[in-house]
Design a protein around this ligand. Structure first.
Ligand SMILES: NC(=O)c1ccc[n+]([C@@H]2O[C@H](COP(=O)([O-])OP(=O)(O)OC[C@H]3O[C@@H](n4cnc5c(N)ncnc54)[C@H](O)[C@@H]3O)[C@@H](O)[C@H]2O)c1
Length: 230
């Protein structure tokens, strides 16, 4: 099969590309390297069935060239990381909403099946554990930019479901929780890689806030911006 991965030079995308190549598929990726890195694809970038494009999913013309002729799209490109989202609120919303709309529109036009990656942040502050896909959502104020991530991913889910209902576009929605592993960077606000790096360097593991949370809550706070683990 011919497969396109958006965000393919990122943490999850690069592992996925490697796995799909091992399974014999042709893999195309697009990544703007905002949080991804070329090092992540270094070990397989010369594979004969692999091709990469450095560019943005917001560039619809470029994206259409890549979507043309693919069977499946794994849509992983997104503005991620609490620090990145708080520092780039506008670009984050556009990437996650307009970018996903571009992917879904073009998938529908070129008849490609799509998987989109949503998040546990969909549940917001909900303390109803365990979570279920159809649970209500409990979100904070629109004055706090980190909630834009949760909302943008929720819009992605609405868009995907609307494309399925109205256009019969085959879509799969995955809500990733805190996924960690090699190639993930702590640079943009992901807590576990930050802790692991500090531990390996024999440095203190800095806990922001009191380090304690109400049962079931996944939030802590810095200044006026609550931080989350994603
Ligand atoms: N890792 C987790 O714990 C987690 C949790 C919930 C959801 N997710 C979702 O999974 C997906 C992959 O996340 P990840 O952890 O691998 O993060 P990541 O930052 O490593 O991957 C995202 C990739 O998208 C690229 N990107 C961003 N904007 C782009 C644009 N406009 N055009 C092209 N590429 C762009 C980045 O450069 C990066 O390579 C994301 O959609 C994220 O929201 C991940």
């Amino acid at each position: 099969m011919k497969i396109l991965i958006t965000g393919g030079a990122g943490f999850i995308g690069s592992h996925l590309a490697e796995r799909l190549l091992k399974d014999g598929h042709s893999v195309e990726i697009i990544d703007n390297l905002s949080t991804g890195r070329l090092e992540n694809i270094e070990t397989f970038k010369d594979h004969p069935k692999f091709h990469y494009t450095i560019g943005s999913i917001l560039n619809r013309e470029l994206l259409e060239k890549l979507v043309h002729g693919v069977d499946q799209i794994y849509h992983l490109a997104a503005a991620v990381g609490v620090k990145y989202i708080i520092e780039n609120p506008l670009l984050s919303l556009k990437t996650n909403i307009v970018g996903t709309d571009n992917v879904l529109e073009l998938a529908n036009k070129h008849k490609a099946k799509v998987l989109i990656t949503s998040t546990s942040e969909i549940y917001g502050k909900s303390e109803k554990i365990p979570f279920a896909e159809q649970d209500d959502r409990l979100l904070g104020s629109t004055h706090i930019s980190r909630w834009g991530y949760s909302c943008s991913k929720a819009i992605d889910e609405f868009l995907a479901q609307a494309f399925f209902r109205e256009k019969r576009l085959p879509v799969v929605i995955v809500r990733c929780f805190n996924t960690v592993g090699p190639r993930q960077t702590g640079q943009y606000g992901m807590v576990l890689p930050k802790f692991i790096k500090a531990a390996l360097l024999d440095q203190p593991l800095v806990v922001i806030g009191m380090g304690s949370r109400p049962a079931g809550s996944r939030m802590s706070r810095v200044g006026s911006e609550p931080l989350i683990s994603r």
